[in-house]
Write a protein that binds this ligand. Structure first.
Ligand code: CP
Length: 321
């Protein structure tokens, strides 16, 4: 089944959000501006607006998640949408149903949005081509996690008042990180300066073509940065021994109290979560006042409200034959 080509008009002319690639710099700032408004709503006593009343959201998670799944659910509820959560373990997927059949089955119930997390890179794009609902990518394999990058950029702007020219060091398992990839694409669009840091085996060869610096020296990167973004080692995606031991990795690329002495007072420390304490980040770094991990989580709700609001579901579109 293919759906007609859908052309949305207006300030945010997209049916879906599957990749940071599809957004212009102006659209990124539009999302961040709207998120600021929705963050203010989240601080009120009554945290609800009627913007998506009558809309239905399906949260389709084929991989585990705490932050993304919950914040999409809270975001949808704060916009007055109805939301249904589906996890692969509790769905007909365990009986062998394909993504295509799952999507068509769910579409028969007329949802306006489908949020998908899946281990297959390209799954969100695939879904967006077979359903008329707005599709939001909540992480597809090694490919992208666009709302994570947007909430990260929102947090950077909130603390540093700018994105252009900001020095962002992304540290760790770059090769297996959809968060790194979405951040690199988004930060490039807003003209931030990105440095990737980690062992050679975890940084793809030729990645400099994405307009990034590469360093294998954490101390050097931490001294340079306005923002240090630590990444988790994606043990579930590692297929071979890419570093000798976790202990050795941690000694060279873990952010600890000693390395932190090189970080400027006004710099911030970020992590998309979940964190592995004493692997990429030590407990005293998590407690450092420059560490904004929980602020990232808070901002995730506002940013996801903004994206749902701007997409508005597939209903308000003109269909070009
Ligand atoms: N950052 C992130 O995607 O976290 P979850 O896996 O908990 O959603």
């Amino acid at each position: 089944m293919t759906i007609p080509r859908i052309i949305k008009k207006g300030e945010f002319a997209h049916k879906d959000l599957v990749s940071m690639e599809q957004l212009t710099e102006k659209e990124i700032y539009l999302i961040l501006d709207k998120a600021r408004m929705f963050k203010e709503i989240s601080l009120r006593n009554i945290k609800k607006v009627p913007a998506l009343k009558g809309k239905t959201v399906v949260n389709l998670f084929f991989e585990p998640s705490t932050r993304t799944r919950t914040s999409f659910e809270i975001a949808a509820k704060r916009l007055s949408a109805d939301i249904v959560n589906i996890t692969s373990s509790a769905s007909a997927v365990v009986k062998g149903e394909t993504l295509l059949d799952t999507a068509q089955t769910l579409m028969a119930m007329k949802p306006d949005f489908m949020i998908i997390r899946h281990s297959f890179s390209g799954s969100a794009l695939y879904l967006s081509k077979i359903v008329s609902a707005s599709v939001l990518n909540a992480g597809d394999g090694l490919h992208e996690h666009p709302t994570q990058a947007l909430l990260d950029m929102y947090t950077m702007k909130e603390y540093k008042n700018r994105l252009e020219g900001l020095k962002v060091a992304i540290v760790g398992d770059i090769a297996h990180s959809r968060v790194a990839r979405s951040n690199i694409i988004g930060l490039n669009k807003v003209k931030a300066d990105v440095m990737l840091v980690g062992p050679k085996t975890l940084i793809p060869t030729g990645i400099e073509k994405m307009n990034v610096k590469v360093s294998h020296d954490l101390k050097e990167a931490v001294s340079w940065a306005d923002v240090v973004m630590m990444l988790r080692i994606q043990l579930e995606r590692l297929t071979e021994g890419l570093f000798p031991t976790i202990r050795e990795y941690s000694m060279l690329y873990g952010l600890n109290k000693e390395i932190l002495k090189n970080l400027r007072k006004d710099a911030i420390i970020m992590h998309p979560g979940p964190i592995n304490r004493n692997v990429e980040i030590s407990p005293d770094v998590v407690n450092d006042k420059r560490c904004v991990i929980l602020n990232q989580v808070e901002n995730g709700v506002a940013v996801r409200m903004a994206v749902l609001f701007l997409l508005r579901g597939a209903e308000k579109v003109s269909i070009e034959q």
